[in-house]
Design a protein around this ligand. Sequence first.
Ligand SMILES: Nc1ncnc2c1ncn2[C@@H]1O[C@H](COP(=O)(O)OP(=O)(O)OP(=O)(O)O)[C@@H](O)[C@H]1O
Ligand SMILES: [Mg+2]
Length: 321
Amino acid sequence: MIVTLTANPSADRAVVLSEALQPGEVQRASSSREDAGGKGVNVARVVSAAGAPARAVVPVGQHDPYRVLLEDTGIALDLVEVAGRARANLTITDPSGETTKLNLPGAELSAAEASALTAGVVAAAEGATWLVLAGSLPPGVPATFYADLIEAVRSRWGAAAPRIAVDASGEALAAVVATARPDLIKPNHEELAELVGEDAEADVDVLAEAARRATALVPERAASALVTLGADGALLFTAEGAWRGRAPKIQVRSTVGAGDSSLAGYLLADLDGASAPDRLARSIAYGAAAATLPGTQAPTPADLPAEPIAVSDFATPIATS
Ligand SMILES: Nc1ncnc2c1ncn2[C@@H]1O[C@H](COP(=O)(O)OP(=O)(O)OP(=O)(O)O)[C@@H](O)[C@H]1O
Ligand SMILES: [Mg+2]
């Protein structure tokens, strides 16, 4: 069982325009759709679509329309009652493919709601193989929320506690790495740089910089790191070694949620008992599959690229093309 937490959920509305976006004007959209968003929800959707057991823990209000969107996903849910409404994230795409995103702030969680959410996650984690803490924290909770939650889960379940994966950024991720030694982190290149107090902007050799930063953290501060690099594929660092996998050449439709699918692919491979290079390959295949699908549509095993993903030991990198 893979249990995910989405602490700051969003209703993702995708609006398609038949002409260029004109600020200040009234425009008609040619189509629009709304999906239950949030990184933990995305991971649970991909895991469920592959036929593996998953549950999503989500704070949601009783009359929040987001609740209906969540129920429409068909994934198993552990809902924690809160007063506020889930935020909306708006994506506007024009005919040229230009995309404008407006991400709204989430509703504030009270201290009592944050405690209820922690209790809900601790209970849901019973018997799970992995617990995935993914996405931003809602306003009102401290930056140490994930770090404290990891502590609570481990002290409740001891040796039977699930392994814990964190896909977050900024202060929430920094706090986790500072005190909680997660089993897996899944930063992208920029998030990893920020985590070690650097700026990725000036990087010339992305692979070498990512490797230097990750090996400063693994295995002491995080047992392993899956570092995704968009079209450049991904790197995996564990106590046993480091691997690099290349992304397949694909027709990109939407990279929104590609990282969430990467993490789901990694966990699915781990549930199958796959080796480190095979876990990395599955994560890249799932990330690439997500990027070929519109919006945040969850890839299924049928959507995976047909060609095998090339993975090499990072000590002997495969030739770059
Ligand atoms: N342009 C692309 N071509 C091929 N594969 C891609 C491309 N973009 C993303 N991918 C695949 O998706 C994976 C994750 O992408 P990326 O590193 O952009 O994640 P991310 O920044 O965490 O995204 P998000 O947080 O929005 O889900 C990559 O490792 C790769 O396998
Ligand atoms: Mg990401």
